[in-house]
Design a protein around this ligand. Structure first.
Ligand code: ZN
Length: 253
């Protein structure tokens, strides 16, 4: 089957910072996890410059934020978390980072990869999209296509048994050109709880009201109360995918 609502067998979220997944797509991932999908988080940085407190070192911040990320991933039902440990605040979409992502894509072989929109520079009137967000999204898309699926690129990974893998769909989260709305009515509380796990970032702020507001604005005009929105790119058609990976599962809800 095809269309807006379906549950992939596996999904990998590739983002820059520990809490990006919770803001962007954790409601979707939790929904898919509930329906049996295997979920993997890949964080390009460990957010080590994100705790501005006297006496805080980057090493300690790395440990704190990686632990918070593992908690958040567990809450959403993700089975694996990978940290690439690229420098927070200075992430670049280099060939080296692309190669690291190709390795993870070939290792986990996800049906869907979720990432940000590298073309988003402005957000409303008071926000510049973080350069790490743009770099992570560029590196992810460049790793997905064509690198991970092309046996003659990064062919050194073949020696480790990591064969080429073509991702079926890419879900691009962000602010523009959204055309697929995932109903997260049943997982909005999980999304909020997962975000709360990033204690070092929340301070005295509870994200519940803001997250409900944003996701209900996203759902406006749709037959759902809360939504996360994506631009979805289909790289492998249904028939070809089912030949090699078995039946595409319908959504359970
Ligand atoms: Zn971020």
């Amino acid at each position: 089957m095809s269309g807006t609502f379906y549950t992939p067998q596996s999904a990998m979220a590739i983002y820059a910072h520990p809490d990006d997944i919770e803001f962007g797509c954790a409601g979707t991932l939790a929904r898919w996890a509930k329906n049996g999908a295997r979920i993997v988080y890949v964080l390009c940085t460990s957010g080590e410059v994100g705790i501005a407190e006297p006496g805080m070192t980057k090493a300690r911040a790395t440990a704190i934020r990686e632990e918070e990320t593992r908690q958040a991933a567990k809450i959403a039902g993700a089975s694996d978390v990978v940290f690439l440990r690229e420098p927070d605040g200075l992430l670049e979409a280099t060939l080296n980072v692309r190669g690291k992502l190709v390795r993870e894509i070939r290792r986990f072989r996800p049906e869907v990869v979720l990432t940000g929109d590298p073309t988003v520079l402005w957000g409303r009137e008071n926000y510049i999209n973080h350069p790490d967000h743009r770099a992570a999204a560029t590196a992810a898309l460049d790793a997905i296509f064509p690198a991970a699926g092309q046996p003659n690129l990064f062919e050194e990974f073949e020696k480790e048994g990591l064969r080429a893998h073509k991702t079926r769909k890419v879900y691009v989260s962000g602010w523009s050109q959204n055309e697929v709305f995932v109903n997260i009515n049943d997982t909005i509380d999980i999304k909020i709880e997962a975000l709360r796990a990033h204690k070092s970032q929340m301070k005295n702020w509870d994200p519940a009201d803001r997250i409900r507001l944003w996701t209900s604005e996203t759902a406006r005009g749709k037959e759902m109360q809360y939504a996360e929105a994506y631009r979805v790119i289909t790289l492998v058609d249904d028939e070809t995918w089912e030949k090699t990976h078995g039946e595409i599962l319908p959504d359970q809800q």
